[in-house]
Write a protein that binds this ligand. Structure first.
Ligand code: SF4
Length: 496
């Protein structure tokens, strides 16, 4: 029997087409071990689904304990009986296989739904921006397609039951927005077509370095391949889409570094769709840095940082599954003298609203008591979370007070306002880990990452092991110190 296309295949394809290809055609022994964080995500997802099901007030048909090969028949029988709600059913056509968490009777047919331990739409975890998630949409569309083909669909409006207890309906036939007339159903059709091609052509896709690689079990394999071919996606911020657009004209970092790009430019355009002359020049500059073993980072403009006696290097840790901010860490330095440094953490000892509020309140009071000071952080993430926390705990600070704290006169986002806009580095990305490591900083932990830290927090809450608590704090302290190392490194860069 030929391989059926499943919802999880489409989910993975939306994240990265090469991942689907490797999952289907590569030797599984070449995978990295699944990270503890990914395992935790699975466990929490399953636990959340079970909690939702156990608390269901509605009567439902539960097929979750039935063997896989029986679930399909039992689902057909349940739908023929017109059961109101079927949990863990299985539906199939010739080439599609669906395991929707829920099938709900609606009118004369069924709609499918999934239970997700995340927000039902795009946007910050508790502030939806109202856009559907494409990776959810293709899964729901596949179930709907099967229901249509077996002539029992109630319509193209499947649903997600999300982490906030809300039902989010996906209207698959609606345009995605005023500027995007393409419907989610169109997205599904093209994704399905692509999946069919990947299924039959193992060499169709290429790896590309991107944000999804970090947690992917093919990371090591892809990294080796990308470096071997000198793939363009190893240039910071270039990514898969631009690499694919460029590949007919220039294939490798070395080629780009040594190409006369003026031949590719006519007026305000280049021969590469979607890439203008300035962007092409920027990527060539980055390629030149990567091919030169003696290359050094540099500034593109002279910078002047605000001055104050006290500098605070700030980093937070958050748990997206519980949607809480559990740690605010600061490294405080006086007069730019690193021997004065001290680390001040505010940790939520339990994953509760009270503990989150207390940590936030104390962190805010600490920043106020340190005034006048300059606050340094890496990316808008801290500001976004502090705005969110203020909305949650309106008694801690006013909107004006939080905005004043992040005033660009006294608060510097080293990532967006400095690194991205005004500097170039001979590295493959601009993450704090990469740049501080480039400058010689070493994290005390052997596997430092925000994802790992979340896993430690879960384990510390479960076990109260003080060693895990210490690991969480040291990791956060090192992130703050790395921000300081980066600032000091940037201060020494030459302007080109
Ligand atoms: S490591 Fe990256 S490029 Fe490779 S399969 Fe995974 S997500 Fe895709």
């Amino acid at each position: 029997m030929s391989t059926s296309i499943t919802a999880s295949m489409l989910y993975n394809l939306v994240q990265c087409p090469h991942r689907l290809s490797l999952d289907l055609h590569e030797d599984p022994a070449k995978r990295d071990p699944e990270s503890k964080f990914v395992k935790l995500l699975w466990e929490k997802g399953t636990a959340f689904e079970q909690e939702v099901i156990q608390n269901l007030a509605l009567p439902f048909t539960d097929l979750s304990t039935k063997p896989s090969d029986e679930r399909e028949r039992l689902t057909s029988e349940a739908m023929a009986r017109e059961d109101e709600l079927i949990y863990a059913g299985r539906i199939r056509t010739d080439n599609l296989l669906g395991d929707p968490d829920l099938l709900r009777r609606q009118g004369n047919g069924y709609v499918a739904g999934d239970i997700k331990s995340g927000a039902g739409e795009e946007g910050a975890s508790d502030v939806s921006d109202g856009k559907p998630k494409k990776h959810y949409a293709v899964q729901l569309s596949l179930y709907t397609d099967i229901l249509e083909q077996i002539e029992i669909s109630a319509g193209r409006f499947p649903f997600i039951w999300d982490i906030h207890g809300q039902e989010v309906v996906y209207n698959l036939d609606a345009p995605q927005g005023p500027r995007t007339p393409e419907t989610l159903w169109h997205v599904y059709e093209s994704t399905l077509q692509f999946a069919s091609k990947i299924l039959s052509q193992p060499a169709l896709t290429l790896p590309a370095l991107g944000g999804t690689c970090k947690l992917c079990h093919w990371h090591t394999l892809c990294e080796v391949r990308l470096n071997k071919i000198g793939d363009l996606s190893l240039i910071p911020a270039l990514g898969r889409a631009k690499r694919d657009a460029m590949i007919d004209h220039v294939k490798t970092i070395s080629q780009l570094a040594h190409t006369d790009i003026t031949a590719m430019i006519t007026g305000s355009k280049t021969v590469i769709p979607g890439i203008g002359p300035a962007t092409l020049k920027k990527f060539q500059d980055r390629a030149l840095l990567l091919v030169d073993p003696k290359a050094r980072p540099y500034l593109k403009t002279k910078l002047r940082f605000p001055s104050a006696k006290v500098e605070l290097f700030f980093d937070i840790e958050t748990d997206p599954m519980r949607d809480i901010c559990y740690l605010h860490g600061f490294v405080e330095r006086i007069d730019q003298d690193s021997s004065t440094e001290r680390y001040i953490p505010f940790l939520a000892d339990t994953p509760s609203a009270e503990a989150e509020r207390e940590a936030f309140s104390k962190a805010y009071a600490y920043v106020q008591s340190s005034q006048p000071c300059i606050l340094y952080f890496y990316s808008k993430y801290e500001r976004t979370w502090w705005r969110k926390l203020r909305e949650r705990y309106t008694d801690v600070a006013t909107e004006e007070q939080i905005e004043a704290m992040f005033d660009p006169e006294t608060a510097v986002d080293l990532y967006y306002d400095v690194v991205v806009r005004h500097s170039e580095w001979p590295t493959n990305d601009h993450s704090i880990k990469t740049l501080a490591s480039y400058l010689g900083f070493k994290w005390r932990d052997t596997s430092p990452s925000g994802a790992e830290s979340i896993e430690w927090y879960y384990r510390w809450i479960e076990t109260a092991d003080p060693k895990i608590r210490q690991r969480i704090l040291e990791y956060n302290e090192d992130d703050c110190l790395a921000t300081r190392v980066l600032l000091d490194g940037i201060r020494t860069l030459n302007v080109r």
